[in-house]
Design a protein around this ligand. Structure first.
Ligand code: ZN
Length: 283
């Protein structure tokens, strides 16, 4: 049994100061996800105490005013109900500026929201994160349209739906090429090919979107602020990225910057396509 205790001391203050740099911001998110993903049942009966203060609870300050908004990271993530961003990263109120949209695609409204964050939270914001997740329904819809174009007819009459699916076609096409290069182009006949394509496209979509965000917000980035990406696994509840080369790829916990060039994206595609979660689907 896990007992979660939220302890509020009205006279205390537990909200940490903003991180000093992007590395510390990344560590806070990674530490929060490690704690969230630890299986509480495996450790036996345990009690976890979370200290919260007025900011965490969204309570007004002593003078009756609303807390000042001071997020240390902006996160672009999918709307999927199984991947709540603050919970996944173990963060309370006023720590994250979250933009959620199906498939974590980068439409102009989402980019405008991220632009607002980097422009207005200069003193606290150290990180911009793009977070994909496994088994993404939006990516699955794009993969199904790619594999069977007649299915695209279901989205064709709807501009709002196309706005999501169309933006995912480039990472899906890139995933198709990566899986083909990694395993041979006859791999498309394997039963697990569709799921392997979804798994690869999820990672490439997060990385490509992060690279685009980095380009778009370049005037607001530097030593004090960077862009990273990761994929949330719905089964292990870990956020991580595939790394390595064919034969040695693995899923490593954490958040990393997206590749800087085409070669880097080619290597990333191979790393994802040969990483254990995708390899197992094709076995
Ligand atoms: Zn999703």
């Amino acid at each position: 049994m896990l007992e979660l205790v939220y302890r509020f001391d009205p006279t205390g203050r537990h909200t940490p100061d903003p991180p000093a740099d992007p590395a510390e911001a990344r560590r806070r998110l990674e530490d929060g996800n490690r704690a969230f993903s630890t299986d509480p049942l495996a450790a036996g009966p345990t009690r976890r105490v979370l200290h919260v203060d007025a900011d965490d609870l969204g309570l007004p300050t002593e003078d009756g005013k609303a807390p000042t908004q001071r997020p240390f990271a902006a996160v672009l993530a999918c709307s999927d109900a199984r991947a709540p961003v603050e919970v996944v990263f173990g963060q309370g109120c006023n720590r994250l500026f979250v933009v959620r949209v199906a498939g974590n695609v980068l439409g102009s409204e989402c980019l405008g929201s991220l632009d607002f964050a980097v422009t207005n939270f200069d003193e606290s914001l150290r990180l911009v994160v793009v977070l994909g997740h496994s088994r993404c329904g939006a990516v699955s819809a794009a993969v199904d349209s790619f594999l069977n174009p007649s299915q695209y007819l279901a989205y064709a009459p709807s501009h709002p739906l196309r706005a999501v699916v169309d933006r995912l076609m480039v990472p899906v096409r890139a995933a198709h090429q990566a899986v083909g290069r990694a395993w041979g182009h006859g791999i498309g006949d394997r039963p697990g090919y569709r799921d392997a394509l979804i798994g690869t496209a999820v990672g490439l979509n997060a990385a490509l979107t992060a690279a685009t965000v980095r380009q778009e917000l370049r005037e607001h980035l530097g030593p004090a602020r960077e862009v990273v990406y990761g994929v949330y696994d719905l089964v292990t509840r870990r956020v991580g990225v595939p790394i390595g080369v064919p034969g040695e790829s693995r899923f490593a916990p954490g958040l990393v910057p997206p590749p800087a060039d085409l070669t880097g994206f080619d290597q990333l595609g191979i790393a994802i396509a040969t990483s254990p979660p995708v390899r197992d689907l094709l076995a």
